[in-house]
Each structure stands twice: as structure tokens, then as C-alpha cells.
Design a protein around this ligand. Structure first.
Ligand SMILES: [Zn+2]
Length: 137
């Protein structure tokens, strides 16, 4: 016996086979039990049809939820991104002042575009990636 979930389409196939057998044996006319079995097969078939409908609706919903989730992530990045500035701290090699460096202080090449506010010396031009890994927020 397989423990994995059986595909609805497979259930439908097996039911169709059973219904074929029931028809071949003229089960309905055979006995009261036969009548009930044929009715039960009909009920099972309707349930399988409904299940396949639910399955399709669910996979549509899953795709929709995933797209919503992805949109929400984008929105969160846009919304919180502006406030959540990554700040690191550098020490001026000239005067020893600790200078906070935010996202805006990097130029497009990822180099530091900032001079020491105390002595006016340019701060060491670290690569942005290196600098941002030492997150001192
Ligand atoms: Zn300085």
C-alpha cells in the first residue's frame, strides 16, 4: 500500500473501472446490495469530481498567494528600505574620530565619498561590500 497521496485523476480512473465492472455484472439488478454498491460508486465519483475542482482552485490560489507574497516583499523593501539605513562606523586615520557612515555616503562605484567632519581628511575608500558586512547599526 502506498502512503503517498493518490492523484485525483487516478481515483477517477479506478472508479470508472469499478463502474464498468458493476455495469458488466448488472450489479444494480442483481440484489439490494448491488443497488447500494452502484449508488455508492456514483457518490464516490461525484466526490472525486468535486475534489478535482477543489484541487484546481487550490493550485490557482497558491499561485495567487505566492504572487501576493512576492509583491508584499517588494513593498516592504520599498517601504522599510528607506528608514533601515545601514550604518557602519569608521575611525578617521588622521585624527582618530569615529565617523558614522550611512548608505548615502557611498558613490556609485561602491567607494566611500566622505571626508572626516573633524579634520577634513578623506576617509579610507573601502569597498562598499566589505564595509557593509561590518554592520554596526
Ligand atoms: Zn579626522
Amino acid at each position: 500500500m502506498e502512503t503517498e497521496a493518490i492523484a485525483v485523476s487516478e481515483v477517477k480512473e479506478r472508479l470508472a473501472y469499478l463502474q464498468g465492472l458493476a455495469n458488466g455484472y448488472k450489479l444494480r439488478d442483481e440484489s439490494r446490495e448491488g443497488q447500494i454498491l452502484v449508488e455508492l460508486l456514483g457518490v464516490l465519483d461525484e466526490m472525486a469530481t468535486e475534489l478535482s475542482r477543489v484541487e484546481q482552485a487550490q493550485s490557482g490560489l497558491e499561485a495567487y498567494v505566492e504572487s501576493l507574497d512576492s509583491d508584499l516583499n517588494d513593498l516592504e523593501e520599498d517601504f522599510y528600505g528607506a528608514d533601515e539605513e545601514e550604518v557602519i562606523e569608521l575611525t578617521c586615520p588622521n585624527c582618530g574620530l569615529d565617523v558614522e557612515v550611512g548608505d548615502d555616503d557611498w558613490d556609485e562605484e561602491g567607494r566611500l565619498d566622505l571626508t572626516c567632519p573633524d579634520c577634513g581628511e578623506p576617509l579610507p575608500a573601502l569597498e562598499a561590500e566589505e564595509g557593509r558586512q561590518n554592520d554596526a547599526r
